[in-house]
Design a binder for this molecule. Sequence first.
Ligand code: SF4
Length: 75
Amino acid sequence: MVSSGRELRLEVDTDRCIGAGQCVLTAPQVFDQRDEDGLVALRTAQPPADLREDARTAVELCPAGAIRIGAPGPA
Ligand code: SF4
């Protein structure tokens, strides 16, 4: 089995999120927006390898800096 890069662990900060939805547009399988207020919700904190690039792009594009890449979890 081929390992396809490092684990990625995402953290979101709903206090910073402004509900711009950029993350959901960029990586809809990773991010969602809460029905009640439109703020970010994670579909998965540890996206599989094929979604990690989109997740990283979403981190870069978030206008509020509300998404962070945390320390990798245990292997
Ligand atoms: S892109 Fe950033 S500000 Fe916009 S919904 Fe996602 S986390 Fe919130």
